[in-house]
Design a protein around this ligand. Sequence first.
Ligand code: SF4
Length: 228
Amino acid sequence: MSGTLRVHSYESFGAVDGPGIRLVVFLQGCPLRCLFCHNPDTWDPAGSTETPIPEIVRKATRMRPYLGAEGGVTFSGGEPLLQARPLLEAIEALHAEGFHVALDTSGAVDTPEALAALDAADLVLLDVKSPFPERFRAVTGADPAAYWRVLGHLRRTRKPLWVRQVVAHGLNDTPAEKAATRDLLAGLNVRRLDRLPYHELGVHKYEALGIPYRGAALRPPTPEELAP
Ligand code: SF4
């Protein structure tokens, strides 16, 4: 039996969401409301349409000549772990066809199915929203407990990680935030750390959706603030 995933959109030649060239599958639905989110159109878990998993595998198979030896498929969002059960099925179906599968997640879902999907992925691209639990809550609007439990799981399993952190002036640019981020990542199997400058490219989507933009006071960081 094949399940379905709610797919928001695809990117066919992703070059930054995992090694090599990737088919990036953006899944619908997110439990967080990050200050700096530029994809509010992915938030609604009931949005977009149900896509059968074999259709995603067929799309990846058609792309195989372009993905090369290093590339593969990345599930992103939204938050892909919101659909953990069919996501796990999709990862297993892609593995059966020989694809490398990465999972781009905020780490804020810690159901048994979500942990199983994290275990199944070859690589996890993990966000750091804030190294401080109370700041995490302020940035995302969500309870930080699940994220810290997921970190513990990733530490225990030694899952290979690419860590990503959006940096904004006045939000998380201070030496104290940087030191706390290094402490947070201690003991994790971090293969790469990318600090990404905040930008305002998605703000127009809030106007179109009629949603207030919580990040209006944020500004891009200086090069010094962006440095690890
Ligand atoms: S986790 Fe990603 S998609 Fe969800 S609100 Fe935060 S930035 Fe947006």
